[in-house]
Write a protein that binds this ligand. Structure first.
Ligand code: ADP
Ligand code: ADP
Ligand code: MG
Length: 471
C-alpha cells in the first residue's frame, strides 16, 4: 500500500483526499499558496508546505510539486480535479521521477484530453460519437463544409476545453462565421491551444455520464451513471445518480459502452465517460481522466469509496469489486453550492463567511472546506460547498434535498442554494422530465426573494462575538 501521498490541490477535494488517506493509514501532505494559509486542507493534512505568495502559481508548478513530493518522502501524488489533474506533462514528470501519479498513464491523459483524438479513439473502438469533423478544423471554409454535411445546429468546441468553456452553438452559416474566431480566441486564452473542432449539436439532450474504475491488471468496471442535465452555460449545477429518466435497458447499454470505451484506451484508475442521450440515441462526448466533482453521488448509491479505490489502484492492487458486486440503491443529489449571486447573472460573491451551520440528519453529506469566519479567496473556483442528499425513492430525495437546503445556513456571501430550492419545486423536475435546456428555459425560477429567517439578527450577533473572540 502507499505510505505517504502529496495532494496537489486545495479546497473540498483536498480535504476529501485527506479523509480517504486517514482511513487507510496513509500520511497526507498538503500544499498551499499564501492566500490559503488558513484553509481547511492545510489544517487537516498531516503535513503542509507553502508554495509561495502567488495565489495560483504554486498549485500549477509541476516541477516544484514533484520535487516537494520527493523531498518529503511521498510515494504518490493525488491531483484531485482541475489544476494539474489532466496535465499529461505533470503525470509524465511523476513517471520519470518514480512518483506514483494517482490517475491513468500520461499518454492516456494526453490522448483523452484532446477531444478530437478521443473522438477518433472512440470511433475506432466502435463507440458512437456525435457526427462532426474528423480532426481539428484548418479554417472557416472547412468548418462551413463539415457543418453543411452534418446539418445545423452545430457546436464549435475547443479541442483542449473543459469546465464548460470554449463551446458555442451555431444555428446557421452566418453564426458559424461569427463564432469561429471567438472560440479560437477563447480557447487560446483559456487553454493555451487554438485547436477547435466541430460536431453536430444534439438539441436538448440529457447529459448522462458513467463512472468507471480500472486497475493495473486490466479489470474494468462501471459504477452506473449520473444525470448532469441540470446545467447553466454548459456547467453542472445539480447532479443526480442514478438518472431518473432512463430505462434499465438504456442503463445496461450505457454502462457497458463506458467499460468498452475505457478498456479500448487501456485506461487505469477512476474516470468518467460523458455521453449525450437524445431519445434512444447515445453519443460519446468526452472522457474526464480524473476524479470528478460529482463522484460523491455515485458513492452514496453504491457504497463504494471512489477515492479509496483510486489510491488502491495506484498502489497496484486489484479492484476491490467485480462488476457483479456493484449494485445501487435509492437516489442521490449533489447541489453545487457556488459563491455566486444567481439574481445578478451568477456573479461571483467572494468574501467572509460570517456564519455557517452545516445541514445534517439522515441521508445528508456535506463536502466543503469552509467554516464560520473563513474568507473565500477570489482567486479560485466559486464552488464552496457540495451538499449531497440520499434517499430510497425519487419523492423522498426531493423532500430531503429541500429540507437540507433549508437547514443550511451560509451567511456573508451570496450562494446558489435558494435557487436550487426553486428548481426542486418545479413540476417538470419533480416529474423527472428535464434535459440540458431546463435552466435556460426557466428564467422565472430566478424570480424569488431571499427568505428572511427570524433568527438572522441573533446569528449575526453570535458570529460577530465569535469573530471578536477569535481575533
Ligand atoms: P466535473 O467534470 O468533475 O463535473 P468541472 O467540469 O466542474 O468538473 O471541472 C472541475 C474543475 O476543473 C473546475 O474548476 C474547472 O474549471 C476545472 N477544469 C476542468 N477542465 C479543465 C480544463 N480543460 N482546463 C482548465 N480547467 C479545467
Ligand atoms: P467540458 O469539457 O467543458 O465539460 P463537454 O464536451 O463535456 O465540455 O460539454 C459540456 C456540456 O456542453 C455538455 O454537458 C452539454 O450540455 C453541452 N454540449 C457539449 N457538446 C454538445 C453537443 N454536441 N450537443 C449538445 N450539447 C452539447
Ligand atoms: Mg464535460
Amino acid at each position: 500500500m502507499l505510505r505517504k501521498v502529496l495532494i496537489a490541490n486545495r479546497g473540498e477535494i483536498a480535504v476529501r483526499i485527506v479523509r480517504a488517506c486517514a482511513e487507510m493509514g496513509i500520511r497526507s501532505v498538503a500544499i498551499y499558496t499564501e492566500p490559503d494559509r488558513y484553509a481547511l486542507h492545510v489544517k487537516r493534512a498531516d503535513e503542509s508546505y507553502s508554495l509561495g505568495e502567488d495565489p495560483l502559481a504554486g498549485y500549477l508548478d509541476p516541477a516544484r510539486i514533484v520535487n516537494l513530493a520527493l523531498e518529503t518522502g511521498c510515494d504518490a501524488i493525488h491531483p484531485g480535479y482541475g489544476f494539474l489533474s489532466e496535465n499529461d506533462e505533470f503525470a509524465r514528470l511523476c513517471e520519470e521521477k518514480g512518483i506514483v501519479f494517482v490517475g491513468p498513464r500520461s499518454s492516456v491523459i494526453r490522448s483523452m484530453g484532446d477531444k478530437t483524438q478521443a473522438r477518433n479513439s472512440m470511433r475506432e473502438a466502435g463507440v458512437p460519437v456525435t457526427p462532426g469533423s474528423e480532426g481539428n478544423l484548418e479554417n472557416i471554409e472547412e468548418a462551413l463544409t463539415v457543418a453543411e454535411e452534418v446539418g445545423y445546429p452545430v457546436m464549435i468546441k475547443a479541442t483542449s476545453g473543459g469546465g464548460g468553456r470554449g463551446i458555442r452553438r451555431c444555428d446557421s452559416a452566418a453564426e458559424l462565421r461569427q463564432q469561429y474566431p471567438r472560440v479560437i480566441s477563447e480557447a487560446t486564452k483559456a487553454f493555451g491551444s487554438a485547436h477547435v473542432f466541430l460536431e453536430k449539436c444534439i438539441v436538448n439532450p440529457k447529459h448522462i455520464e458513467v463512472q468507471v474504475l480500472a486497475d493495473s491488471q486490466g479489470n474494468v468496471i462501471h459504477l452506473y451513471e449520473r444525470d448532469c442535465s441540470i446545467q447553466r452555460r454548459n456547467q453542472k449545477l445539480i447532479e443526480i445518480a442514478p438518472s431518473p429518466q432512463i430505462t434499465p435497458e438504456q442503463r445496461a447499454y450505457i454502462g457497458n459502452l463506458a467499460v468498452k470505451a475505457a478498456a479500448a484506451v487501456g485506461y487505469e484508475n477512476a474516470g468518467t465517460i460523458e455521453f449525450l442521450l437524445s431519445g434512444n440515441k447515445v453519443y460519446f462526448m468526452e472522457m474526464n481522466t480524473r476524479v470528478q466533482v460529482e463522484h460523491t453521488i455515485t458513492e452514496q448509491i453504491t457504497g463504494v469509496d471512489i477515492v479509496r479505490e483510486q489510491l488502491r489502484i495506484a498502489a497496484g492492487l486489484p479492484l476491490s469489486y467485480r462488476q457483479e458486486d456493484i449494485s445501487y440503491r435509492g437516489f442521490a443529489f449533489q447541489f453545487r453550492i457556488n459563491a455566486e449571486d444567481p439574481k445578478n447573472d451568477f456573479l461571483p460573491s467572494f468574501g467572509r463567511v460570517t456564519h455557517y451551520y452545516a445541514p445534517g440528519g439522515p441521508g445528508v453529506r456535506v463536502d466543503t472546506a469552509i467554516y464560520t469566519g473563513y474568507e473565500i479567496p477570489p482567486y479560485f473556483d466559486s464552488m464552496c460547498l457540495k451538499l449531497i442528499c440520499w434517499a430510497l425513492t425519487w419523492e423522498e430525495v426531493i423532500a430531503r434535498g429541500q429540507r437540507a437546503l433549508d437547514d443550511m445556513r451560509l451567511r456573508g456571501i451570496k450562494t446558489t442554494s435558494t435557487y436550487y430550492q426553486h428548481i426542486l419545486a418545479h413540476e417538470d423536475f419533480r416529474a423527472a422530465k428535464f434535459d440540458t435546456s431546463f435552466v435556460a428555459s426557466h428564467p422565472e425560477l430566478l424570480n424569488y426573494s431571499e427568505k428572511k429567517h427570524p433568527n438572522e439578527i441573533a446569528l449575526a450577533l453570535a458570529a460577530a462575538i465569535a469573530a471578536h473572540m477569535a481575533a
